[in-house]
Design a protein around this ligand. Structure first.
Ligand code: ES4
Ligand code: ZN
Length: 311
C-alpha cells in the first residue's frame, strides 16, 4: 500500500456508530436508537447541511477526556492500516464547548492518543463558520493556553452564506501566533470563496476547492503558487457535490497541474477511509498508479510537518 499523508480529516467524523453506542452507554446519553445498523441507515445525505445535522447530533456522546482519547486512538489505528504515515487532524472545539465539555478534556484526550501512536500527527483547530467570527475569536483566545498542542487553524461547517472574508481578524490573530492557516472553500461555495480564502485569510492550503475549476484565472493562480487542494472524493459523492465518482473533476485538476491530495474528510459517514478513497479512484474512475503515486507524493509535499515518506 502506498505511504501517504492525510491532510483533511475531521476527528469527529471518524466517530463510527459502534463507538457512538459504546460511549452513549458509558456516559448515560440517550440516543434515538442503539442499533448501529439503524444509525448507519440514516447516513443518506441530501447535501452538506443534512450531514452536519447528524454529525453534530452524534457528538453528544463525546463528554470526557477518555472519550476523545478513544476516538483519536481508534482513528489512528485505522489510519495506520490504510498506509497513513502522517495525519494533520481537524477538530471542532466549539462543537464541544457549546455542550459544556471543557477544552482541557478535548486537548488532553486527543493529544494523549496522538502521542501514543506510531503515526506522525498534528492537530488543526477549526472554527465553525456558521457560528460567526466573534465566537471564533473568543474560541481562539480561549485555546491559546493550549497553543503548543495545535499547529494551525481552519474553517469548516456550513459554507454558503458564511464567506471567508468574515473571518479576516481571527485569521490575522492566528497568523500572529505562528499558526498555519487552511479553510474549507469551493465545496458547496463558488470560486469566489476560494479567492477570499487566499487573499483575505492567506490560507496555505484549500480544503476541497473543487469548484475552483469553474474559474480559469483561479486555476492559474493555484497552479503558479502550488497551493495544495485537499480533495475528498467519497465525501463529494455522499454529500452530492458530484453525482457519481465517475463525474469527479479530480483527474482534470491533475491535468491542469494542480497540487491535488486525496483525503477522507469524515470517513465514518462517507463510506471509507483514505486508502478506500484511493482504491475507489482506481476502480471506479480508472485512475492510474502513476496518477495515484503523484497524489500520494503531493500529500507529503503539502504537509505542514515534515515527515519521512520512504516506504
Ligand atoms: C465537514 Cl465535509 C465538511 N464540510 C464542511 N465542514 C465539515 N465539518 C465536518 N465535515
Ligand atoms: Zn472537511
Amino acid at each position: 500500500m502506498r505511504p501517504k499523508a492525510e491532510l483533511h480529516l475531521h476527528i469527529e467524523g471518524t466517530l463510527e456508530p459502534e463507538l457512538v453506542v459504546e460511549l452513549a452507554r458509558r456516559n448515560g446519553v440517550e440516543l434515538p436508537t442503539f442499533d448501529t445498523e439503524e444509525i448507519r441507515a440514516r447516513y443518506d445525505f441530501a447535501d452538506l447541511q443534512s450531514f452536519l445535522d447528524i454529525y453534530y447530533d452524534n457528538m453528544a456522546v463525546l463528554r470526557t477526556e477518555q472519550d476523545f482519547h478513544d476516538l483519536a486512538a481508534a482513528y489512528l489505528r485505522r489510519a495506520e492500516e490504510q498506509g497513513v504515515r502522517h495525519a494533520e487532524i481537524f477538530f471542532d472545539p466549539q462543537a464541544h464547548l457549546t455542550r459544556g465539555v471543557p477544552l482541557e478534556a478535548v486537548f488532553s484526550g486527543l493529544s494523549a492518543a496522538l502521542g501514543d501512536s506510531p503515526v506522525s500527527s498534528a492537530l488543526i483547530l477549526c472554527f465553525l463558520r456558521d457560528r460567526g467570527a466573534e465566537e471564533a475569536e473568543a474560541v481562539l483566545r480561549a485555546t491559546l493556553p493550549f497553543r503548543e498542542q495545535f499547529i494551525g487553524v481552519g474553517l469548516d461547517s456550513a459554507e454558503v452564506g458564511h464567506p471567508p472574508s468574515l473571518f479576516r481578524r481571527v485569521f490575522d490573530i492566528a497568523a500572529g501566533e505562528g499558526l498555519r492557516r487552511v479553510a474549507h472553500a469551493g465545496e458547496e461555495g463558488g470560486p469566489d470563496y476560494v479567492w477570499e480564502a487566499l487573499d483575505v485569510l492567506k490560507v496555505e492550503r484549500v480544503d476541497h476547492g473543487i469548484r475552483s475549476m469553474e474559474d480559469p484565472e483561479l486555476v492559474a493562480r493555484l497552479r503558479e503558487e502550488r497551493i495544495p487542494l485537499t480533495v475528498c472524493p467519497l465525501s463529494n459523492v455522499r454529500l452530492r457535490v458530484v453525482p457519481t465518482l465517475r463525474d469527479h473533476i479530480l483527474p482534470a485538476m491533475l491535468d491542469e497541474g494542480l497540487m491535488v491530495t486525496v483525503n477522507s474528510d469524515d470517513p465514518a459517514y462517507f463510506g471509507g477511509y483514505v486508502e478506500d478513497n484511493y482504491r475507489a479512484l482506481r476502480d471506479e474512475l480508472g485512475m492510474t498508479d502513476e496518477q495515484l503515486d503523484r497524489i500520494a507524493r503531493n500529500s507529503f509535499e503539502a504537509s505542514f510537518v515534515p515527515v519521512d515518506a520512504s516506504p
